[in-house]
Design a protein around this ligand. Structure first.
Ligand code: NAD
Length: 526
């Protein structure tokens, strides 16, 4: 089998691949998209970092390809739907970067506290402006960590060693989980009000986009210092610039930008903004960790030993895969649906299976529910291998059961998720052999396509309510593809699920919310 290494990979990674008798390894870096398109059809596997872009038009030619290994976390340079459609396993290496990125973020906090980059530049330019660069101790200060995952927790550990107190905002962890790491779990608003230092360790998702914005800057202490070594776009740069201009923030240290490189950004003009060029994972240790991990994973997948850290499919034998794949798809959608409509930290996930699937190993289906649920918060990090571990780490109890009780649908999957704020049940089934449908939400029966952009409403069951929403959609040029209604009794509370052809903007969601007799509105993407 032939493996192409199309981005620079550490020598240890190359050796692991070369030492495997079944593999022929070819290193060809710096290929243009056209060159890659011409040769990709010869390879069974490819190892990439971030430079190689495996877009749909290139993957269309990858007819022998079985595995794509991404040395690193984000797989946004791979067209996942195309890879999945072609049956190519896409793997990432989510753990190799943690310590390097954490240490970089911590160095940024220290630089910010003691004005090291500014003082360094001053002395190098022949000056000695000692009084200009007086700093601040970390001891006793309050650190706010947004995103209490791998890097966030490592950061908290180091901050505690420096005598800092730690508060954390992460809607997907429980108070008890934060407690174990000596951190107090708080709301985002509280974190913004109380922290002297704020550090972000979140993925970029629709929920985290611009999580720090004008509203949050207005809540912060005037001397707050902010560190961002997560992803560009988590902070609204336009609002940040205004806050810096107004002197509302003492300083910012950032490794990531909305546009990278940030040439011409007004952010670069502030003396109190410390910047680095996305260096978080740039250490030989991190590079080596991910090179070794990706080489081992690609080797093991190609020789049929084991599939680890697959982003786009669970590990199933061929026989079961034929039957279970559409159910896996449905399970993932049910998890993702609940994650987008239910608020709070998840404490328990119960999955009940009925019908044909109960003859098979149910683990991949339950994992798919967890993957769907966690991906909404954690993005590409979550895969079929690490979803159960991530759920366990977050203290989420997972219960799996089989039922022989025949409900409206002989074959169905019911998912109940409990959080500290409530509970939601969604039941799904397949129409035909693979068409995923949602047939029940809490006590409401309905029949909706579990696919694409959706708007989920709770509304009073009164004449004209849905009409008003439809008129609004019409005005905003949102085309309704399908609509499903559910109610328990006439004149009570009802639910409506719209499948729409376009993504609905936050502004339109707000306008729907403001309509009369609408009780709640959620935007869902499946
Ligand atoms: P992780 O998945 O272990 O942790 C992310 C945490 O964010 C999770 O605990 C999740 O529950 C939480 N989260 C999700 N949505 C949230 C929300 N709306 N509000 C608050 N918290 C939310 O990931 P990690 O390994 O700690 O990485 C964190 C980030 O750092 C990722 O975005 C990753 O891409 C980035 N990163 C950057 C660099 C760099 O070079 N600067 C290097 C590595 C990783």
């Amino acid at each position: 089998m032939k493996v192409l290494v199309s981005d620079k990979l550490g020598t240890k990674g190359i050796s692991i691949l070369e030492e495997c008798k079944e593999l022929v390894v070819e290193e060809k870096t710096g290929l243009s998209p056209d060159e890659l398109k011409k040769i990709i059809g010869d390879y069974d596997g490819i190892v990439i970092r971030s430079a190689t872009k495996l877009k749909a038009d290139i993957l269309e030619h990858a007819n022998k390809m079985k595995v794509i290994g991404r040395a690193g976390v984000g797989v946004d340079n791979v067209d996942l739907p195309t890879a999945t459609k072609k049956g190519i396993i896409v793997m990432n290496t989510p753990e190799g970067n943690t310590v390097s990125t954490c240490e970089h973020a911590f160095s940024m906090m220290m630089s910010l506290s003691r004005n090291i980059p500014q003082a360094h530049a001053n002395v190098k330019s022949g000056k000695w402006d000692k009084n200009k660069f007086s700093g601040q101790e970390l001891l006793g200060k309050m650190l706010g960590v947004i995103g209490f995952g791998r890097i966030g927790r490592e950061f908290a550990k180091r901050a505690q060693a420096f005598g800092m107190k730690v508060i954390a905002y992460d809607p997907f962890i429980t108070k008890e989980f934060a407690d174990q790491f000596g951190a107090e779990s708080v709301t985002l608003e509280e974190l913004c009000k109380r922290a002297d230092y704020i550090t972000l360790h979140i993925p970029l998702t629709p929920e985290t986009k611009y999580i720090l914005n004008k509203k949050m800057f207005d809540l912060m202490k005037p001397n707050v210092r902010i560190i961002n070594c997560s992803r560009g776009g988590t902070i609204c740069e336009a609002d940040l610039i205004e806050a810096l201009k107004a002197g509302k923030i003492k300083g910012v240290a950032t490794d990531v930008f909305e546009k990278e490189p940030p040439a011409g950004s007004p952010l670069l003009e502030f003396d109190n903004v410390v910047v680095t060029p996305h260096l978080g994972a740039s250490t030989p240790e991190a590079q080596e960790n991910v090179a070794i991990a990706v080489a081992e994973q690609v080797r093991d997948a190609l020789i049929g030993k084991e599939i680890r850290n697959a982003v786009n499919m669970p590990s199933l034998d061929a026989e079961s895969a034929k039957v279970l794949r559409p159910w896996v798809n449905l399970s993932e959608k049910l998890g993702a649906f609940i994650a987008q409509v239910l608020e709070g930290s998840v404490t328990k996930v119960s999955v009940q299976y009925c019908g044909v699937v109960t003859n098979y190993n149910l683990a991949p289906l339950t994992i798919a529910v967890l993957k769907g649920l966690l991906t909404v918060a954690m993005g590409d990090m979550v895969n079929f291998v690490n979803a159960p571990v991530l759920a366990k780490e977050r203290g989420i109890e997972v219960v799996e059961s089989k039922s022989s009780q025949l409900e409206d649908f002989a074959n169905h999957i019911s998912v109940i998720v409990s959080t500290d704020k409530g509970k939601c049940q969604v039941v799904g089934t397949l129409f035909g052999k693979k068409d995923p449908r949602i047939v029940k939400i809490n006590d409401y029966h309905l029949d909706a396509h579990a696919e694409g952009n959706m708007i989920y409403l709770e509304n009073e069951d009164k004449p004209g309510v849905i009409g008003d929403v439809c008129v609004l959609f019409g005005k905003k040029n949102v085309n309704i593809a399908e609509m499903a209604l559910g109610r328990i009794k006439q004149g009570g509370t009802a639910i409506t699920l719209f499948n729409v052809d376009q993504e609905v903007t936050a502004e339109v969601v707000k306008e729907i919310k403001a309509l009369s007799k609408i009780l709640s509105v959620k935007k869902v993407h499946l």
